[in-house]
Design a protein around this ligand. Structure first.
Ligand SMILES: CC(C)(COP(=O)(O)OP(=O)(O)OC[C@H]1O[C@@H](n2cnc3c(N)ncnc32)[C@H](O)[C@@H]1OP(=O)(O)O)[C@@H](O)C(=O)NCCC(=O)NCCS
Length: 253
C-alpha cells in the first residue's frame, strides 16, 4: 500500500527523473514501477500449497554439511540477513519482538540460510489482517531462504529436521503447518524430503478491495481433515471462502 507521504516522494523522484533522464526513460521506469508496486495492489492471484508434519511420527533425519554452523538468531544477528534475499530488517526486528524464532546457517562469517518459526499466529497474505490464528501447539516455519550459491546442497531440507528437533526438545509444538506458492518446486521438494505432507491448496484472487478464496483438500487422509477444517474456518473468518470437498488426483512437485 502506498501511503500519503510516499506519493509526494514519488512525485519529486518523477520530476527529477524527467530532468535527468528525459521523457522516454522516465516513462519506461514508471511503467516498471507500476508493474511491480501498483499491479499487485490492484490485482493478485496466488495459489499456495499448505503442508503439515506431525513431529511425533517417524520422519527423515537430514543432516547439514559439517562445515556449517546453526544459530538461533537475535537482534545482534539481524545485519547478517543483509546478505540474503530475506525480510527487511525492520520487519525482522518486529518479528523477533512478537516472539518469532529466527534460524540462521553461517559459513565463513556470512549467513547462507535464514528461516523463521511463528507461534500463535502465522503470517498469511490471504488473511485480511495478514495473520491466521494457529491451533494450540502448532508452529509455523516460514520464509526459508538459502543463498543462491548454496542452493541444492540440502540446507533447507536439513534445517526443517533441525527446527522440528528443536520444537520437540523444547516441548514447543506437536505439529507444524506452512504454505508455499504452488510454483515453488524447490521448496515443495524440500518439504517432501523432510517429512511434510500437503493437505490443502488455497487460491486467493484479489481485485482491488474485492477478494475471493477457494480452499481445496489435496489429501484423502482423514487424519488431515481437522487441519483442513481449521484452515478453511480461519480463512472464512476473514472473507467468504468457497470450500471444495472433492480431493483431486495428487500432483507431484
Ligand atoms: C526454496 C529454497 C529455500 C530451497 O533451499 P535449498 O537449500 O536449495 O534446498 P535443498 O537443497 O534442500 O533442495 C530442495 C530442492 O531445491 C531444488 N534445487 C536443487 N538445486 C538447486 C539450485 N541450484 N537452485 C535452485 N533450486 C535447486 C531441487 O528441486 C531440490 O530438490 P531435490 O534435491 O529433490 O531435487 C531455496 O531455493 C530458496 O531460497 N529459494 C528462494 C526463496 C524461496 O522461495 N523460499 C521459500 C519461500 S516459501
Amino acid at each position: 500500500m502506498i501511503v500519503g507521504g510516499e506519493w509526494l516522494g514519488l512525485l519529486s523522484k518523477f520530476v527529477s527523473s524527467l530532468i535527468q533522464r528525459g521523457i522516454r526513460a522516465t516513462a519506461a521506469r514508471a511503467m516498471m514501477w507500476a508493474r511491480i508496486r501498483l499491479l499487485p495492489v490492484l490485482w493478485l492471484r496466488e495459489v499456495h500449497a499448505w503442508s503439515t508434519a506431525d513431529l511425533a511420527v517417524e520422519r527423515p533425519r537430514l543432516l547439514l554439511p559439517g562445515t556449517l554452523s546453526v544459530v538461533r538468531g537475535d537482534l545482534a544477528h539481524l545485519p547478517l540477513l543483509g546478505s540474503l534475499d530475506a525480510v527487511a530488517l525492520p520487519e525482522a526486528a518486529a518479528r523477533l519482538a512478537r516472539g518469532a524464532q529466527l534460524w540462521l546457517v553461517l559459513h565463513e562469517g556470512r549467513a547462507v540460510y535464514s528461516g523463521w518459526v511463528f507461534h500463535g499466529q502465522a503470517p498469511t497474505v490471504a488473511a485480511r489482517t495478514g495473520w491466521l490464528h494457529l491451533p494450540p501447539r502448532v508452529a509455523n516455519p516460514e520464509d526459508m531462504v538459502t543463498a543462491p550459491d548454496y542452493r541444492g546442497r540440502g540446507l533447507a531440507s536439513a534445517m526443517y529436521t533441525r527446527i522440528f528437533d528443536d520444537l520437540e526438545e523444547r516441548n514447543l509444538a506437536d505439529r507444524v503447518v506452512g504454505k508455499v506458492p504452488l510454483g515453488n518446486t524447490a521448496n515443495r521438494r524440500a518439504l517432501i524430503k523432510s517429512g511434510w505432507r500437503e493437505f490443502a491448496h488455497v487460491e486467493l484472487l484479489r481485485i482491488g478491495p474485492w477478494r475471493r478464496i477457494r480452499v481445496h483438500p489435496v489429501s484423502a487422509d482423514r487424519s488431515l481433515t481437522q487441519l483442513f477444517e481449521w484452515l478453511s474456518t480461519e480463512l472464512a473468518s476473514h472473507v467468504g471462502v468457497a470450500m471444495s470437498r472433492s480431493v483431486p488426483a495428487p500432483e507431484k512437485p
